[in-house]
Design a protein around this ligand. Sequence first.
Ligand code: TIU
Length: 229
Amino acid sequence: MTIEVSAEVSALPTPYAFEVSRTALVIIDMQRDFIEPGGFGESLGNDVSLLAGIVPTVAELLALARKAGCLVVHTRESHAPDLADCPPAKRLRGAPQMRIGEPGPMGRILVRGEPGNAIIDALAPIDGELVIDKPGKGAFYATRLGEDLSLRGITHLLFAGVTTEVCVQTSMREANDRGYECLLIEDATASYFPAFKQASLEMIRSQGGIVGWTASFAALRDALERASR
Ligand code: TIU
């Protein structure tokens, strides 16, 4: 028998309530390609050191979700080696020698199975966790994520990862349209552009939570501690 644990997080724009057994942590694209030098993120002209700063908080969040018994989902932005799932409109952007599929310091850029496509060691998935390879920015587009979540009765999603305004926000909007109640953990997400992160947090929770809620990691941890007493 599963004992229901209900938690309420101090969040914006209102408190966010969830049941642990119906909640998944979705960690978006914490892969070497975005966080380490020599990958896709840098190929687009970005300073990747900005993203490394959230790794300790995402690691704490992952440990908390595992301890609470939440489903954990990791995503990777990645393409098949023949790039059949990468439309030219996506492949042809950016500097010509550093496009998706070209060789880079960590193998072919954004290609499945290459070293740069691996999730960073500090956040490596363990048995029982889902790893979703996604060819788009959103985690639901052309993946089995929707089926995987509905098979497990998941209704609430906690989001973390990179980058806030691109893959995290796109995934959160896809989830919101599919009826999931979504909470973005503010200090467990980052952008190459701090102003874009801030704007994303504000637009997500504006208009009464038009896309969802945002809260700090500490607020989530406090809510789970209160719930387990
Ligand atoms: N460039 C950028 O900000 N992000 C991406 O290309 N992918 C993700 O956000 N994962």
